[in-house]
Ligand binder design. Sequence first.
Ligand SMILES: Nc1ncnc2c1ncn2[C@@H]1O[C@H](COP(=O)(O)OP(=O)(O)OP(=O)(O)O)[C@@H](O)[C@H]1O
Length: 439
Amino acid sequence: MDLSGNPIPELLPDVAALIDSMPEPRLFISADYRVLAANRAYREQFGVPEDLSHHFCYELSHHISVPCDQAGESCPLKTCRDTGEASRVLHIHHTPRGQEHVDVEVAPIRDRAGRVLFYVETVRTVRRARSGPSAEGLVGRSPAFNRLIALLERVAPSDATVLLLGESGTGKELAAQALHDASTRARGPFVAVDCAGVTETLFGSELFGYEKGAFTGASTRKTGLVEAAAGGTLFFDEIGDMPLCLQVKLLRLLESGTFRRVGGLEPLRANFRLVLATHRDIKAMVEEGTFRRDLYYRISAFPIRVPSLRERREDLPLLVDSLLQRLCQQRRSLHPDALAALLEHKFPGNIRELRNILERACLLADGDTILPEHLPEDLEPVTDYVKEAAEEEIVPLEEAERRYLRWALERHGSDRRLLAQKLGLGERTLYRKLKDAGV
Ligand SMILES: Nc1ncnc2c1ncn2[C@@H]1O[C@H](COP(=O)(O)OP(=O)(O)OP(=O)(O)O)[C@@H](O)[C@H]1O
């Protein structure tokens, strides 16, 4: 029987017993969000009320009284109901341990005739991201950050090459490490190679190692980074800074999957998962001829954009608390006026800049509280296009709209769907307007 009309089908107890043996936390839900059963793993990890019969999934996981899709969140059950296909999203759920990032997947369970009986929701805790202050790892809870985590979670278990793009200091290296930790190679090594400022000779011997006697001073055999990364992840940081002559060598390694130590004859098989990062626009570099097109195609199968701090401004208080835990011996907090000043700052250097500002402030502050005077004097304000427009002469309406859109995007643009909603526009109209305005 279809569960949207809710009596529970007779086969549910059998299926519930079956999923009890499954190791991942699972819920059975009806089309109208009612929780029908929770398996043992779910009960153990998330704890549920004795009697589930009067509970809805959104109450259990979000502590809200309306379905997620009516509360501005994407709801995998709704998508699954609409499309008939499984749907997977990243959410932040309430758990006995506080709020946690979880990877939620909802799939329909059908009878022989193909009618949907009910839905099964699998909930996997994402351990690589923290939604509360934390002394280590990636922290954040903004839509832009959650999108990054969702992509990292999706691609991590595969061996696909990942290219992390984003401004300096946004956390690309931390994201690469998180990707490794979430991969099947997590027990293997994570080896980072900094491509900025490498010379051809150094690169060869660093990357591939050398045999004893390969050149003057090579008194013993040296293992290179490619060999050291066997079974793990090889992370090329600042790949956009790699000179063209070295790009050829890298391409050869990727194409052949083999390498030779300097001075060695025997080809050795490489065994690493490739992750790369750059703050440069390498697509534009390809057009300019400063980055090899063939290498670009080889490494850009799965690009992930790491958002700037401006796109995830709402994470700033959480980042401040986390970084203060990491930086200061004693417990320190930020005065509300100091936080307000930081919220107004542009942060061209992103989280690294925030970290440096806080490190300096910790040294300057005598007490437990960081005050505005402990922050740099030259904090650069976010351009206030609205104020700018108001202070000037009357401008054409089109120009005012362009400025407003730029402001709205800078301040609230991390979730474009929500932004479109707030502006009273369809998402496609917003995209068109942004394109027309050159934003
Ligand atoms: N989400 C985050 N949560 C906590 N700390 C973060 C986060 N993202 C970045 N950081 C911190 O910000 C600093 C810069 O991060 P990272 O070195 O990973 O940036 P990057 O993008 O690789 O920079 P670059 O392009 O200059 O190499 C580090 O100290 C890192 O620990």
